[in-house]
Structure formats: C-alpha cells, structure tokens
Design a binder for this molecule. Sequence first.
Ligand code: AKG
Ligand code: FE2
Length: 286
Amino acid sequence: MVFDTMPVVPAVSLKDFDVRKEDITKELVEACEYTGFLTLVDHGITVEEINAQFELSKAYFSLPHDVKARIPHDVKTNNGWEYKSQLRPSTQMVDQKESLWLMRRSQWPSDEEVPGFRKTTSNFISKCENISDKVLSCLSLALGFPESYFRNAMDVTADDNLTQLRMLHYMASENAAGTWRAGPHTDIGCLTLLFQRDGEDGLEICPGRESQHSYGIGDSFFPLGAKTGPIVVNIGEMLMAWSDDRLKANFHRVRAKDVGFSPDRYSIAYFNTGRKSAVMQGPAKK
Ligand SMILES: O=C(O)CCC(=O)C(=O)O
Ligand SMILES: [Fe+2]
C-alpha cells in the first residue's frame, strides 16, 4: 500500500488497558502494519506533565553553549549534547537542531543548571517505560510470542540497556529552503514514543508498507501536525527485523518552511532500544 493522500493515523486509546487489551492489541497491530504510525491517547501522562517536561527541556537548551557543553556528545555511547552535528546520510547535511541524549546511567544536567531536571525527567522516563511495556506486550502477543517476550530484552534495569530519552530543539528559522531540521530517516531501535507541542509543526511521515525506497526519496511524505498530549508512535528497524518485517519501520523527517518564519520546535523522543545482548529472532526463526 502506497498512500497518495495522507491516511488517517489511528489514535489508539490505552484506557482500561487490562480489560481492553485484546481490542487494543488489534488496533495497535493494524496501525503498525498498515500506516506504520499511530498516536496513543489516554496513556497516563497528563498534558501538565508533558508541558512540565518541555519547560525543563527549554530551560536546558536556553543555557549558554559552554554550560551545555559540559555534557558533550560521546560518539561511543551516543549520550550527551550535540549542536548542529548530526550528519544525515539521506541529505549529506547536518540537521538544523540541537539535542540532548540521556540514558538512566549517563551524565545529566545538574540541579544548579536546571532545577529539578533529573527528578522530573526520571519520572517522565519511568512513565514512558511503562507505556512502551504495555505496547510491546500487545505486539508480543500479536506476533505469537508469549506476552512477556520482549520484557527481558527490554529490561530497563539491565546494565546493557541502550534505551534513551532525547530532547530536541529546532531553532526558529526564516526561509529555510534547502535545509533540514531532521533529514529523512527511520529509527534504529525498537519502539519510539514522540512528544510534540501545539503549534510547533514540522514532522512529516511517510506511511505505508511499500515506502521503503532509499531514504523514502520519491515517496510521499505528509505533515503530522504537532499536538500536546497524544504520543506519536513508530516502529524502529530492530522491531521490524524482530517481527520478520510484519511491523513496519517507516521514514519520517522534520522540516521548516521554505518561505517565511518557522518558530522554534521542541520535541522529546523516547527510544526503546532494549538490551545490547538481546538476540533478535522473529517468529519465523530466520
Ligand atoms: O523531532 C521530531 O519530531 C522527530 C525526531 C526524530 O525523528 C528522531 O530524533 O529520530
Ligand atoms: Fe526519528
């Protein structure tokens, strides 16, 4: 299925999860197979909590560069702060953004730098872990695995867990033609939960199963408007492999306006990547 017009990106409610799990599973799998993107609502993180997390992100990115550079991006662990440095194979250019990658055990901004950052963000991450666990337990069942199949592979307490939270800031721009806030890419981990804010558009998605041309070039991308509250979910390459390609990792990108002013955009992505030592093998045992 290739889409000529923007398909409906399903909104899946996690309300009454325990009693509605079967129905939720069906909705999740259909969305992951068909459009490759969905949003989650009634997921348990309130708009106030999301706004509070964005305020901390904004406070962090507002710090002087030399303070942010106290946690430099480390190419080995992929943690830390980077500024306009992510080179995209798809565009051969660096993304017009700055971001902070965090892991439970990585270096964090101190309370002197951003009061309350670690406590609130750790709590936010725990909530993301919980949501991700729910979604993955549904996808496990749908793939014919035991419900807890991914749980050990995703164990957030394990030393080799690579899961990260990434805070992103795309700087305001004027007439940005020829540049990319984030060039087209798929995510490499298992499951991505993305938070956006009202009025800070720019995300474009390439839905469908046959959208797997090189970097999505020639495929149709559609804007997915930013909204505070719903979580945008997409499948990463690892889970695509793990599901024998049944769950689809799709391209997406972030753009500013070619002509005219684009305001700052802040987004927060939780990348459930799981453990380095996990063996990925799909139900077909390929
Ligand atoms: O900022 C966004 O909306 C997208 C970020 C993203 O796709 C990524 O970091 O992988
Ligand atoms: Fe992404």
